[in-house]
Design a protein around this ligand. Structure first.
Ligand code: ZN
Length: 262
């Protein structure tokens, strides 16, 4: 996606910021107990390193749902200084406004990126297991289609760094809901097995990245146009924050996606 002129797309790691333990050092989440001033400083550092104005940094509340909302120029910069100011009740943002940097926060969940080069529109979604079960990828694509006339056929997409099946064991209710989703997707047996691998002790290893990629494909995005990150946040706590591996006491990374003003 970075080959497209004026498009900034990426994901931050845990280094290069000013936060102290256990958020050391590039924590971008205001909701995890860190000093607000440090988080804002970190966000400014990231924006600056990307060549973006911090005024463009825009974020949603993230409630582990599957709702997507449209960002207009009036909402540019919402949530960059405070939690109360975020776009409420959503886990995905879409926009066609140049100069808006969509961002969302992570420690293991899956960042999803969508770009429609024909209508010049973008979407950014946060998919934990709940958002994945609620098919937030589909919701985001649908909103881009409705608002900007985007066709999945034209879209480029990416699935960013997140916890891999290697580090993500789940049980009971999660297995139940994900099994329902996977069944409804009518995947080939090998693809279904890759999405969720059941073990004999009633647990399962969940591959959220792959499930989201499959939802994108089902929605009509060409597999060759979907980038899939191999990074596992759980395996690489040296580079990333991992909620699961660090017992919930850690920082947040950000995904970002924006079209520069020309
Ligand atoms: Zn892993």
């Amino acid at each position: 996606m970075e080959k497209h002129e004026g498009l900034s797309a990426g994901f931050t790691g845990r280094h290069g910021g000013v936060s102290r333990e256990p958020w050391h050092t590039l924590n971008l989440g205001l909701h995890v107990g860190d000093e607000d001033a440090d988080v804002i400083k970190n966000r400014q550092l990231v924006a600056e390193s990307l060549g973006w104005s911090f005024d463009a940094w825009t974020c949603g509340e993230q409630v582990h749902g599957s709702r997507a909302v449209k960002v207009t120029s009036a909402e540019r910069g919402k949530g960059r200084f405070s939690l109360q100011d975020t776009l409420l009740g959503c886990d995905a943002l879409v926009t066609d406004v140049k100069g808006v940097l969509l961002t969302s926060l992570y420690a293991d969940c899956v960042p999803l990126y969508f770009y429609d080069p024909v209508n010049e529109a973008i979407g950014l979604a946060h998919a934990g297991w709940r958002g994945t079960a609620g098919a937030i990828a589909q919701t985001t694509i649908d909103l881009m289609a409705r608002e900007y006339g985007s066709s999945p056929n034209d879209m480029l997409a990416a699935v960013g760094p997140a916890i891999g099946a290697c580090c993500y064991e789940v049980d009971g209710p999660v297995i139940e809901q994900m099994a329902k989703l996977i069944e409804g997707m009518e995947l080939e047996p090998t693809a279904a097995h890759e999405a969720m691998e059941l073990s004999t002790d009633g647990k399962a290893r969940l591959n959220l990245k792959e499930i989201n990629r499959q939802i994108m494909i089902k929605a009509g995005i060409l597999p060759s146009r979907i980038e899939l990150s191999k990074w596992c946040t759980g395996c690489r706590c040296d580079l990333f924050y991992s909620h699961r591996m660090e017992g919930g006491k850690t920082g947040r990374m950000a995904s970002f996606l924006g079209m520069a003003e020309r």
